[in-house]
Design a protein around this ligand. Sequence first.
Ligand code: ACM
Ligand code: ZN
Length: 533
Amino acid sequence: MNIIPKPLRYTALTGKFVLRNDSLVYADSALQGCAQYFVNNINSSNIVHIDMCTELTNADVHFCLPESKDNALGDGYETNMAGDKINVVASNDIGGFAAVQTLLQVLQPCDQPDILQSDNCHIADSPKYKWRALHLDVARHFFDVNTVKTILNAMAEVKLNVLHLHLSDDQGFRVEIDKYPNINKVASYRQGTEIVKDGQRYVDDKPYGGYFTKAQLKDIVSYARKLRIEVIPEIDIPGHCVALLAAYPEYGCRGEGYEVRKKWGISKDILCAGNDNTLQFVCDILDEVTELFDSPYVHLGGDEAPKDRWCNCKRCQAKLSELRLNDYNALQSWLVNGVVEHLKTKGKKVICWNDGVNSSLDRSVVVQHWKPATIGSTVKAINSGRQAIMSSALNVYFDYPYAATPLYRTYRYKVMPRGVKKDNRNNILGVEGAVWTEYIADNNKLFFNLLPRLWALAECAWGTNDSYHDFKSRSKQLCSKYIDKGFVCNTRAYKHQNVFSRLITMRKCWKKDSYEELNTYLSDTINNNKERE
Ligand code: ACM
Ligand code: ZN
C-alpha cells in the first residue's frame, strides 16, 4: 500500500482490480463532479480510456451517496475494491474528491501495457483536520502562475486543501492595485537582494520584482477551486510594510526616506497607526485584493512589528492617549480591529500570526501559531475560545535546511499542543506548512525544500502520522513520479544525519552558501549517475 496520506483504515483483500479501456463510471448527481475529475485524470494517463455512464448496473466504478442521509462520513469516504468493481461512498463532493485522489494513487500501470491495476482493498478514511494548508511567500522571491499551479497539483494529490499566499512584505508587493498606482510602480520592485554565496553574505545590485495581475490571481483561484483548494491572501500589516511605505511614505511614522528593502530581517519601519488615513489606505488595498479571492479568510499578518517608531511618533503617541490604551500592542490590535470590522462587512474572517494576537484583538480573529517560545500564550488564546492554525517553526517551516528541520521532525509534528483543554480541541482548525523564500530564489530549491516535506505535512494534517518507517516506503512511489517529471525531490531527507554533520551544514547554509544542501545533493546525484553509467 503506497497511499499518502495513509488512510485511517486499510484492509487488504485478495485479488486485483483492473481498470481497462472502456471501463465505465457511474456517479450519483452530488458526486458527478469528482467522478468526472477521476475519468479525466485517468484518461490523461493515455494508458486506458474510460467513460461516464448513466446506469449503475453497467458501471465498473460507482460513486454513491451513503444509503442513510445522515452525514456520517463527513469529508471522508469509504471505498471497496473487490469482485471487479470499485465502490466509492461519500457524503459530499469533498469526500468524493479525497476518494478520487486515493484511487489515482493506487491504480498504477503494470507489465500489461493497456491496463491500470490495484490490489483489492477496503478503505475507510477521513481527515482529522479541516485546515490542511501550505503557505508560500511570493514576496521575498516571486513565483509565477505556473509554479503556483504545480504546487496546487502537488497539494491536491495528497489531500491538502488550503494555499496561503504571502503577497506582501518589506521586499515586495505582489498584487495589481488600481487605486494606488505607485504600489506596482514602486512597491513591486527592489534594487537588489541579500545573497549568501561564495562564502559571503552581501547585497547584489540587480533590480528584482514583479506582481500578479488581477486576472492571474483569479486564474489561480479558479484553478485551485477545481482541485478543491481554497486560496487565502495575506497582506501583512502593520509590520513588513516597507515596500508599501516606499510607494506611499505618508503612511509611515517618519514620512520619508523609505526604499523597498533589499535585506532580509525585521524592519523597524511599520505603518503609522496615528495617521488617521492609514486605516483607509489598508482597507482600500484589501477591497481590491479580497475581490479576487472567494475564500472567507483573509490573512493580515501582524507578526514582527517592532514598536520603536510608534514610541517616537507624535501621532502614534497621541492616538495611544486618545484611545486610553495601555501599550503599543493594544494600538496594533486597535488598528487591526478596524480592518477586521471593515472585512466583516464583506463576510470575511481574519487570521493573524500569533505574535500579533493579544486579548484586545477581535475574538473572531484566528491565531496562526508559528513562534515556538510563545506556545503558552497561543494555548491560552485557544483555551479562551480563539480558533487556531498550527505552524510551529520547529516542525513545519520548510524554508529551513533539512539539517535544521529534518524530515522526521515534520512527520512527528504533534499538531494539538499540550495544554489545550478537551472542550477547546475543536478550536484547532488544523496545520499549515510554511515556505518563506528569502533564500529560495528558484523552482529547484523550492521543490527540493518542499518534497518530501509536503507529504509528511499531509500525513500530519490527515492525522495518520504514526509510522515514520512506513511513511518512508510509502513515499517511494511519489518520489519516483516527481523525479521522472524532472523535479528535484530530496530523497536524502529520509536518511538519518548525525547532529555534528547537521550543525556543519547549517553553518555553511547560513554563512557560506544558502544553496549548500541543494548543490551538494545535485552534484552527488550527478556523480552517482556517472558511476552507474
Ligand atoms: C513569521 O515567520 N514571521 C510568521
Ligand atoms: Zn506613527
